[in-house]
Design a protein around this ligand. Structure first.
Ligand SMILES: Nc1ncnc2c1ncn2[C@@H]1O[C@H](COP(=O)(O)OP(=O)(O)OP(=O)(O)O)[C@@H](O)[C@H]1O
Ligand SMILES: [Mg+2]
Length: 513
């Protein structure tokens, strides 16, 4: 075997950072933990991102849990998607057992049952959690295209529709606003505007409209609208500990595209709002992206580029992103290249496909004295091959590690505990009540209504006269939208809204502050 005493020395030196660190566990040498050789990630490098990978049931979620605990203890806020509900236990003290203590003793971990301050969120309020909603305008066309499964042409067409709505001051808060704008553009009234836009065909607009209708029929209205979630709420501390925000996603399989894009929206929104901080002693927030393959599957080039860009830029805002998925090959190369820390749990090698994934995984690791192809299939549960970025930005030696055990509950919190936490959350009052203020739908509907009444009045007035009707000067007639924008009520609104919409990453709008 490759584990000679040299490995101990190499790991000791390689992981001897000054300053605080996330303690991952102890080096294993011939199956025995060496408590002298601790494997850790410097807190100052957590914003250089990371990857937690491994086959199902090998310990990924527990790794995420133990990292979240230590970050919270260090005052760093944490966001994680709780896909199977098994992370909710982080809010409760863990349960001690002989087996657990045997594990923690051998790796030199002093284990104390501890729960951590936790907030539970649920998309659109569907499930136990404070509702998270986004407005359509801030969600933007790129993310929405991903959710709807639009192709590249349709995606850029949707971009034009957003551009049009932005320019015309037609606020897109919910799905019906967007539908109203598209309906308008494909109506007789809006034809002129459609033409002016250029590059948007009525046929494509129709396809997008139909896909929006289907989306709404599946109950998606609940996810969009106001009050919109303020991602600053993810940055809280309580009694010096970072709050762990968990997005409860028990039914992920029902809407994988929606859920994964929503996570990306949160990240893009944070990016827009947070100030540049450069290098930091510790991050402000660490964002765990579980089941990350869902995000990358079938993604457009624009979408993938936006992810890579977000990940690249958000680090200087003090946010670390950890992707959690089965193999590194689930992550596109230009994102993978930016992930400084790697915790790789066991991989299986049963099928030819497994063998291929294994080989590919090995190729993404720095050189080491291990035969990684062997080691990766031999790792026990709760063990991993680790390499992180040291405080100088260089990769640490690859280390076969037995991970620490979480100090919080390794099982889901009970339904009562969840409900009580949600009820006690200050955010609950802020986000529970849906508001539906005037936006594109109402404005266009009002105009259509007014237009119809006027036409009717004109028709009645004209009736007695036998003269030829006045030729309708199509070109000079203002479109509904132009009328809306010209109206004093609208100008008033635009002034109160007070700023132009700036679209950034993913075409997501920055609208706060
Ligand atoms: N660090 C650890 N300390 C103690 N026990 C652990 C640890 N990691 C994993 N285990 C044990 O292994 C089980 C499976 O771990 P975990 O749920 O983290 O796997 P996973 O990789 O997230 O699986 P899945 O892909 O199914 O989500 C845990 O329930 C726990 O009993
Ligand atoms: Mg898991």
């Amino acid at each position: 075997m490759a584990e000679t005493p040299d490995v101990v020395q190499t790991v000791q030196q390689g992981y001897a950072f000054e300053g605080p660190a996330i303690e991952l566990g102890a080096l294993l040498v011939d199956g025995t933990p060496n408590t002298e050789a601790a494997v850790r990630i410097p807190l100052s490098m957590v914003n250089r991102h990371g990857l937690v990978a491994g086959a199902t049931g090998t310990g990924k979620t527990k790794t995420l849990q133990l990292m979240a605990e230590q970050l919270s203890a260090a005052g760093v806020a944490v966001f994680a998607a709780d896909i199977k509900g098994d992370l909710s236990g982080v809010s409760q003290p863990g349960e001690s057992s002989e087996k657990l203590l045997a594990r923690t003793r051998t790796i030199g971990q002093e284990w104390t049952a501890t729960g951590f301050p936790t907030e539970f969120y649920a998309l659109g309020g569907q499930g136990a959690g404070v509702p998270i909603r986004a407005t359509i305008t801030s969600f933007g066309p790129v993310l929405l295209s991903k959710v709807l499964g639009l192709n590249d042409v349709q995606e850029s067409s949707l971009g034009l529709i957003f551009h049009y709505a932005d320019k015309q001051g037609l606020t897109l808060l919910d799905l019906k606003d967007l539908r109203a704008v598209i309906t308008h553009l494909t109506s007789d009234e809006g034809k002129g505007d459609l033409k002016e836009l250029g590059g948007l065909s009525a046929a494509t607009a129709g396809v997008i409209l139909r896909s929006l209708i289907g989306f709404a029929d599946q109950g998606a209205e609940a996810f969009f609208g106001e009050p919109e979630f303020d991602t600053a709420d993810l940055l809280q501390q309580r009694d010096g500990k970072g709050v762990i925000s968990l997005l409860e996603l028990p039914n992920l399989q029902d809407r994988p595209a929606l859920f994964s894009t929503f996570l990306m929206w949160l990240l893009a929104d944070l990016f827009h709002d947070l100030p540049e901080v450069g290098d930091v002693d510790k991050p402000k927030l660490v964002f765990f992206f579980d089941e990350a393959h869902l995000l990358f599957n079938d993604a457009s080039k624009a979408f993938l580029d936006s992810i890579a860009q977000t990940v690249r830029l958000i680090r200087s805002k003090g946010v670390g992103v950890f992707f959690v998925t089965q193999t590194p090959k689930d992550v596109p190369d230009d994102v993978l290249a930016q992930l400084g820390s790697r915790v790789q749990h066991q991989l299986r090698a049963h099928t030819p496909n497994d063998a291929k994934a294994l080989k590919a995984t090995v190729s993404t690791f720095p050189n080491s004295s291990y035969d990684l192809g062997e080691v990766l299939t031999q790792l026990g549960i709760g063990e991993a091959v680790v390499t992180v970025m040291n405080e100088k930005g260089a990769p640490t030696p690859v280390a076969w590690t037995r991970l620490r055990a979480p100090q919080s509950l390794m099982a889901p919190a009970s339904a009562e505990q969840l409900t009580a936490t949600v009820a006690a959350s200050p955010n609950n009052a802020k986000y529970t009540e849906v508001v539906d203020r005037e936006s594109a739908y109402e404005k266009l509907a009002a105009k259509v209504q007014a237009g119809a009444e006027q036409a009717e009045a004109e028709a009645q007035a004209e009736q007695p006269q036998a003269e030829a009707p006045k030729p309708r000067a199509q070109k000079q007639e203002k479109s509904v939208v132009q009328q809306v924008i010209g109206s004093s009520a609208f100008k008033q609104f635009a002034r109160s809204a007070g700023r132009e919409i700036v679209r950034g990453l993913f075409g997501a709008a920055r609208r706060k502050r």
